[in-house]
Ligand binder design. Structure first.
Ligand code: SF4
Ligand code: SF4
Length: 295
């Protein structure tokens, strides 16, 4: 199995659109994993059939037992996240604000506070035309997205370890969910765009990826919107010994295909779809090369 993650330094670069197209084009068997758990939307383009869901228990949060509470106010006084609220003559913890530090439980003089597990999301196991999709839903405002990414990857490995490819739609940015996503991954494909912030974020995400030593590849989406910046990105990648395996032009057909909920490569032979087919062909070559080197 080769583990491949499609990631980006910033949101809105077309990462999920490219992942959905690769899911359609890559040969052999695969399992799909949506690690963008804060805004999972690969399912919109792949129309999966849900097989089952499992609860995701995030960090523990404080719960006050009103029958034990003597209303001293110590918990409210010491909570640095303003998570303890007083409502007339009772004290309550707001689960959305609670960071699970347990300071309130430590200072409560009558042991009225316990730390209890809280469901902060669910993991979904679904069927698509190209194989199983493991995706998730995080409760709005809940933390632990890095932990949820780990849980999503674990479920995919437990059930679909025999697949040829483990194809991940990764989260944008360089935070905890990205680190959890690229941990143990063989190849990352970074999708960027020709803008000053696009180049800046590309440099940041490459710096993070290098800590994990995957093979790094780059694709430039909407490359024709700012040709000089595309050239700057290509030059920088060459200096950094990073291969640019695809350049996708701006194409209104992409917007239309997303609106219709289908991968762009399924929508027709538009310029963007043709460019992604070339990208996929280059990617296959790189994956073959990676596999040969590993064996
Ligand atoms: S666990 Fe920490 S954050 Fe949560 S209510 Fe107690 S003191 Fe506040
Ligand atoms: S510290 Fe304990 S006893 Fe005091 S208000 Fe909070 S829960 Fe009640």
């Amino acid at each position: 199995m080769i583990r491949l993650a499609v990631i980006s330094g910033k949101g809105g670069t077309g990462k999920t659109m490219i992942t959905a197209a690769l899911a359609q084009l890559l040969p052999k068997s695969l399992v799909l994993v949506d690690c963008d758990v804060d805004a999972a939307n690969l399912e919109i383009l792949l129309d999966p059939k849900l097989i089952r869901t499992e609860p995701f228990m995030g960090m523990k949060s404080a719960v006050i037992d009103p029958t034990l509470c003597v209303q001293c106010g110590e918990c409210k006084e010491h909570c640095r996240f303003a998570a303890v609220e007083r409502d007339v003559d009772t004290y309550q913890v707001s689960p959305l604000r609670c960071e699970g530090c347990a300071v309130c439980a430590y200072v409560c003089p009558v042991t009225a506070i316990s730390m209890q597990p809280r469901q902060t999301g669910e993991i979904k196991y679904s069927e698509t035309e190209r194989g199983h999709l493991v995706h998730a839903r995080l409760v709005p405002g809940a933390g632990n997205s890095g932990l949820l990414v780990h849980a999503v990857k674990k479920m995919a490995l437990e059930h679909d370890r025999d697949r040829d490819y483990f194809l991940i739609d990764g989260p944008p940015g360089t935070g905890c969910p990205l680190i959890s996503t690229i941990s143990g991954v063989d190849v990352v494909l970074i999708v960027t765009e020709p803008s000053v912030s696009g180049l800046h974020d590309l440099k940041r995400v490459v710096a993070v990826c290098r800590q994990f030593r995957p093979r790094i590849l780059v694709a430039v989406n909407r490359f024709d919107l700012e040709q000089s910046l595309t050239e700057t990105i290509q030059l920088w990648c060459r200096e950094e010994n990073i291969l640019v395996i695809g350049k996708i032009p701006f194409d209104p057909a992409v917007i239309e295909s997303v609106r219709n909920g289908v991968p762009v490569t399924q929508a027709g032979t538009f310029p963007a779809a043709q460019a992604i087919q070339i990208l996929e062909s280059n990617l296959e070559q790189e994956l073959r090369h990676y596999r040969d080197q590993r064996e």
